[in-house]
Design a protein around this ligand. Structure first.
Ligand SMILES: *Cc1c(COP(=O)(O)O)cnc(C)c1O
Length: 406
């Protein structure tokens, strides 16, 4: 089936575009000698994980469920970071993750020794097998698990995007240098367990902001980085965007590897599936009230919640800004939420009931965030191959609505 024949509403993953993105990411990974991980938060379409695995080193997760999905469906390196872990989750994560990053020194103190012991028990302790007694001071780290600490470099580069800025004043994400220094002075053994430092401060940014951030981080944490095995510079790198300066990124990573002798990780999410998906909808009705509103079988609130939360105006194929082309419409949804409005768009032709409209850049933050508010059905998930042939990956139904209620 071609994209104009599939039943609506449907998310369509564009595998041609996905592969283009993955090839760019792999070329950066190879040229820089770093590890690139899929951050699953934006895009967890696991039917594509076997494809993604051909290009990237592994995944990162925001908690147990994402980590388990990564472990079950992709394998490779499985990293996890969360602002805090529950004890029962941590013990399960030790089984399936090779890297666990903590958000605070208190979490390190609470869990690091426990995680190391649990991992040795699960994966065997090569020293014990050789009959060597361990004094555990400092601890012998297992091959199977490496622990990290998230740092707050206190370097905002995002302008006015406070809700996406982990360096905004008062941020809970990562340890500031003053807190880190005091904790290490109070108890130097904290660092015995930490093999990596992690920061994540960017959102849809270019490599110049990464350089600025790394330099701010380096000024304070450089001496500590020297003692580490790895550095993870988080996500928010829009590496696959046309204007992204990849040479600058590669140069920075090479310098870090050279100056600090650490493995370098990047964990982009958006960049992997950027512009690699659509949401195809049909016009159910047209309501006149000062402006003509198209009622679609898709919803901002249910199927593209970031449109209302960010908020932003999703790109729509063959359309212009309101008033730019001959016919302007307000695009809305068949929920009963008055504000479930996607935006005002214009077209060269008059739009009729039964016409199809295609929202673009709909692979990210769509399938992972959708919901069945109002009992609105979830769109199908389809994949379109390099020849433009579409196949149904998953269809949802009434049971998906009922199943999460009781
Ligand atoms: C969101 C997030 C990412 C991925 O960010 P993108 O903007 O999707 O590239 C990576 N690491 C952490 C810790 C995150 O919270």
């Amino acid at each position: 089936m071609k994209i104009n024949e599939i039943p609506t509403p449907a998310y369509v993953i564009d595998e041609k575009k996905l592969i283009e993105n993955l090839e760019i990411l792999k070329s950066v990974q190879d040229a820089a000698g770093c590890h690139i991980l899929l951050a699953q938060k934006a895009f967890s379409a696991f039917a594509e994980y076997p494809l993604i695995k051909k290009y990237l080193s592994g995944t990162t997760s925001s908690g147990l469920f994402e980590a388990r999905l990564a472990y079950e469906e992709m394998g490779g390196e499985v990293h996890v970071y969360a602002p805090a872990f529950k004890e029962k989750d941590l013990l399960e994560l030790v089984r399936i993750c090779d890297h666990i990053t903590f958000n605070s020194v208190a979490q390190v103190k609470k869990y690091a020794a426990m995680a190391i012991e649990a991992s040795k028990k699960l994966h065997g302790n090569p020293y014990a097998e050789q009959g060597i007694m361990l004094l555990n001071e400092p601890p012998v780290m297992p091959e199977s698990l490496s622990l990290g600490l998230r740092i707050n470099p206190e370097c905002s580069t995002q302008g006015d995007h406070a809700i996406y800025d982990p360096c905004a004043p008062g941020s809970r994400l990562g340890v500031t240098f003053d807190v880190f220094k005091k904790a290490v002075e109070d108890d130097p053994h904290v660092l015995d367990y930490i093999e990596g430092l992690h920061f994540h401060t960017l959102c849809e940014q270019n490599s110049d902001d990464l350089v600025t951030t790394f330099e701010a981080f380096e000024k304070n944490f450089g001496p500590y980085l020297k003692k580490m095995k790895w550095l993870n510079m988080g996500g928010g790198h829009h590496i696959t965007r046309a204007d992204y300066d990849r040479e600058k990124l590669i140069g920075l990573i090479k310098r870090i590897k050279n100056d600090y002798d650490v493995e370098v990780y990047l964990e982009p999410g958006e960049a992997i599936a950027l512009n690699a998906g659509y949401l195809v909808t049909e016009v159910l009705d047209i309501v006149e009230n000062g402006i003509n509103t198209l009622i679609l079988d898709a919803s901002a609130a249910c199927h593209m919640p970031d449109v209302l939360e960010m908020p932003y105006r999703p790109p729509l194929k063959d359309s212009g800004e309101a008033g730019e082309k001959a016919y302007t419409y307000r695009l809305s949804s068949y929920t009963c939420l008055a504000g479930d409005i996607i935006g005002d768009y214009s077209f060269d032709q008059k739009i009729g009931i039964g016409d199809r409209l295609t929202f673009e850049d709909m692979a990210i933050y769509s399938m992972v965030k959708n919901n069945t508010f109002n009992g609105i059905p979830l769109p199908d998930i389809c994949a379109m191959d390099e020849n433009g042939d579409c196949r149904l990956i998953k269809r949802f139904g009434y049971e998906d609505f009922k199943g999460r209620l009781s």
